[in-house]
Design a protein around this ligand. Structure first.
Ligand SMILES: Cc1cc2nc3c(=O)[nH]c(=O)nc-3n(C[C@H](O)[C@H](O)[C@H](O)COP(=O)(O)O)c2cc1C
Length: 321
């Protein structure tokens, strides 16, 4: 992968199916790449380095098979690495990504220049999660090729800044790629993000409701039934601000009023970390426009059709002059 412009030119739509702990997997990622959009998964969803090695081999074999079958375009894939000192698997996982020459590395937490350099050395690209201009500054300094602007309303660990505000602030700082994240669910949203000045979008919650995702049926049904007001913003889960499905918190016996009073970092009901993420489900504000579970192929076909329709609609807007 030489640069971001080539990456986008080789995609059917500038959409990245965002990495989601325990939800994204090679099946979902490959199905997404087969539609010309980027499939991803977090390295930390795998239980061990051996399992990550297997997943990376599955991706490489799967992409080669798609190309041999004449599928065009096949988008490259990305792997999310938590590049924080507390991630004990970081060095080993990075080494595997280097060995497999993973085309795009999606980093979160911290912005270590040496990790970015190592990825650049084999020709990979690095997109780094940011939630503020200060984070953006550090990531640019460290050499990130793109900034994932995680805005208010995003699923998982999220930001709190309005997307217009954050994209405008970051765009003043750099011409490098901006990947907009937060409540993006339709092809029309993708075009809107481009008009705002973003180059690509991250779409997480919408991909939970695909047949290939690792989400439980009850999780997908809760998303179908939810609206934006059912999303509860709290840092009490593990100390980092996150958006969670309120019905799943209630079902786990969590008192939402008490949770509102918790200091950041206070830990809720269920003890063990992975189990907490298993029982309490996360989603972004975009849930209100998700009313079904589709195959990745059908979802991507729909996104493309919505995008084309939105672009056609633009012709009706009044010219400024
Ligand atoms: C269930 C869930 C798990 C997530 N896990 C991760 C993760 O492991 N690593 C990461 O970088 N982002 C993670 N995210 C955040 C997504 O990558 C992305 O930023 C977010 O989903 C975009 O907002 P949206 O869900 O409104 O589309 C997660 C999001 C969700 C909903």
């Amino acid at each position: 992968m030489t640069n971001v412009a080539d990456l986008i030119a080789g995609m059917s739509l500038p959409v990245i199916a965002a990495p989601m702990f325990t939800v994204s997997n090679p099946e979902m990622a490959l199905a997404t790449c087969a539609q010309g959009m980027m499939g991803t998964f977090p390295a930390h969803t795998t239980r061990s380095a051996e399992m990550l090695d297997e997943w990376l081999t599955t991706m490489a074999d799967g992409l080669n098979r798609l190309r041999a079958e004449g599928v065009d375009p096949v988008a490259p894939f990305g792997v999310n690495l938590v590049v924080h000192g507390t991630n004990q698997r970081m060095a080993g996982d990075l080494e595997l990504c280097i060995r497999h020459k993973v085309p795009v590395i999606l980093t979160s937490k911290g912005a270590p220049g040496e990790v970015f350099d190592a990825v650049h050395e084999y020709g990979g690209l690095v997109f780094h999660d940011i939630a503020s201009a200060r984070h953006a500054e550090k990531a640019l300094e460290a050499g990130a090729d793109g900034l994932i602007a995680v805005c208010g309303g995003a699923g998982g660990h999220c930001g709190s800044i309005n997307p217009f505000a954050l994209v405008n602030e970051v765009r003043q700082m750099t011409d490098r790629a901006i990947i907009l994240a937060g409540a993006i669910t339709t092809g029309r949203d993708v075009l809107s993000a481009q008009v705002m000045g973003a180059d690509l979008v991250y779409m997480g919650t919408r991909f939970i409701n695909t047949e290939e995702s690792g989400a439980a049926d009850g999780y997908r049904q809760m998303i179908i039934e939810a609206n934006a007001t059912d999303i509860f913003f709290t840092a009490a889960m593990d100390g980092a601000p996150a958006n969670l499905l309120a019905p799943s918190l209630l079902r786990a016996g969590v008192d939402l009023d008490e949770l509102r009073r918790q200091t950041p970092g206070a830990i809720i009901a269920v003890d063990e970390r992975k189990k907490r993420w298993k029982d309490v489900w996360s989603a972004g504000h975009g849930v209100g426009s998700i009313n079904d579970v589709l195959s990745v192929q059908d979802l991507c076909d729909r996104l493309k059709a919505e995008y084309r329709a939105a672009r056609d609609d633009l012709r009706h807007f009044q010219a400024a002059e």
